[in-house]
Design a binder for this molecule. Sequence first.
Ligand code: NAD
Length: 246
Amino acid sequence: MQKVDLKNKTVVVTGAAKGIGKAIALEFAKVGANIVLNYRSSVSEETVAEITGYGVTCLPVQGDVSRFAEAEQVIAAAKEQFGSVDVLVNNAGITKDMLLMRMTEEAFDAVIAVNLKGAFNMIRHASKLMLKQKSGTILNLSSVVGETGNAGQANYAASKAGIIGLTKSTAMELASRGITCNAIAPGFIETDMTDVLKGEMKEALKNRIPLGCFGQPEDVARTAVFLAENPYITGQVINVDGGMVC
Ligand code: NAD
């Protein structure tokens, strides 16, 4: 199969105001794709300007992906502005870490609602459009802890393991219609999400990374573009983790 040219394609990235989502939006903009930048509460003018600096259009769309109707509005806005959704990146995610014995029902539900149901909501609405187009690529952000588990992250690890099942099922259902679906499982990437960890915990984590350093958002972003450009890959989980899970 031929490499996909992403120039003038429409890429929807959820939770893209900062961190990995922003890096993904920028990486797609670099190869000429128009960006639908979903954010939950706010996005800076500088971020939008950075993206449009690559000569593409960026449409910021507010919406909480955990809400089915709001996810629908994000896709509707993309369709109205660009007429298609070629790539959907389910990046929005949260953590509410605590040991299982102390974990509240609310902390469990909140993480599942954003990380797992949010991805389902977006896929449900975007795939309708992709089915009509007979093409599209869906990328879901999982995590190494979805593969290995992690003490203190039962809710988060369950959501990210769920993403893998969602990814593989979506890939199987939609392959015959020209739509691919893959997951990216990052290890420890330096963003606000990991900035909250204490110094000694960070050092302990670094010792578990064979390549000996933390990852950067751009490491994940380049993988997202690679997957979107390669239409013969589907149903896979690609680790971007410095060798943490071998
Ligand atoms: P981050 O906290 O910097 O960014 C997460 C973004 O998601 C924020 O912009 C936030 O506003 C947005 N968001 C949260 N809830 C939302 C909602 N309901 N609707 C829309 N947007 C929402 O985190 P990050 O490190 O950039 O993580 C991005 C993704 O990568 C997440 O899915 C995360 O679980 C995953 N991941 C990160 C790491 C890491 O080490 N940073 C590792 C593995 C996986």
